[in-house]
Design a binder for this molecule. Structure first.
Ligand SMILES: [Zn+2]
Length: 240
């Protein structure tokens, strides 16, 4: 963006800011967050809904934070009420297979059925269908990419991990997450790790103090204009 356009936009923003609020009895509609303008981060929780999803949802609600859940179909089936709540409370739902096989070692038919069964389970539980795919272990190849494209979904990995599944320690999870946090980062976490959920109130407060808006993956990838079958972030060695 040129300097001139930037300054025009700045002027426009000031004008908007000083314009009187329109007289209306309705509550002001919340503007969508523009992650190209403000500091955003997307916390993502894999393999769930996990045992502690309810507590996590309470915390996210309390701090008005949004997250993305890459759900495993088998647990969607066993814990559908959490999935319904996730959708109702404005979180994003993604597909993380039905039973977590390595897609790069699976037959096409298996991959398709793993994805479809999870789409169906989420639809049944929450009335919505995931629009993003996170392949198990973050592993994909061209076959997986083609199948993701058939389902109309880009594949979303992560910019960094919290290492929560390996440390299982509240302080270590917070320290690691803050060390790798960056604008438009996508952080890998798990809602089946109790220490992740226990440490979430303080982690959210710290991230907010650092100026982050906690948003969904779709918010942070908006500017990437991903097509179905695309992968983001592009892993090292990935060729189109
Ligand atoms: Zn997983």
């Amino acid at each position: 963006m040129s300097r001139r356009i930037t300054s025009l936009l700045a002027i426009a923003a000031v004008c908007v800011a000083v314009a009187p609020a329109p007289a209306s009895a309705q509550a002001p509609k919340k503007e969508p967050i523009d992650c190209s303008q403000v500091k955003c981060i997307a916390l993502t929780f894999d393999d769930g809904p996990g045992k502690y999803a309810g507590t996590l949802l309470d915390t996210l609600k309390k701090y008005d934070a949004k997250a993305t859940f890459f759900l495993e179909g088998q647990y969607v089936k066993s814990r559908p009420s959490y999935v319904k709540r996730m959708a109702a409370e404005g979180h994003e739902l993604g597909n993380h297979s039905y039973s977590h096989p390595d897609f790069t070692k699976s037959e096409a038919g298996t991959i398709k059925s793993e994805i479809q069964k999870t789409q169906d389970a989420v639809k049944k539980a929450a009335g919505v269908e995931p629009k993003l795919l996170r392949p198990p272990y973050g592993l994909a190849d061209l076959q997986v990419s083609d199948i993701a494209a058939e389902f109309g979904m880009p594949m979303i990995l992560w910019t960094a991990g919290s290492q929560d599944w390996s440390s299982k320690n509240v302080k270590a999870i917070q320290k690691q997450t803050l060390a790798v946090a960056k604008p438009n980062g996508i952080i890998l976490m798990h809602d089946w790790v109790k220490q992740t959920v226990d440490g979430m109130p303080s982690l959210i407060k710290t991230l907010k103090n650092k100026g982050y808006h906690l948003v969904t993956v779709s918010d942070v990838i908006k500017s990437q204009n991903l097509e179905p079958g695309d992968i983001f972030p592009v892993p090292e060695g990935w060729e189109k």
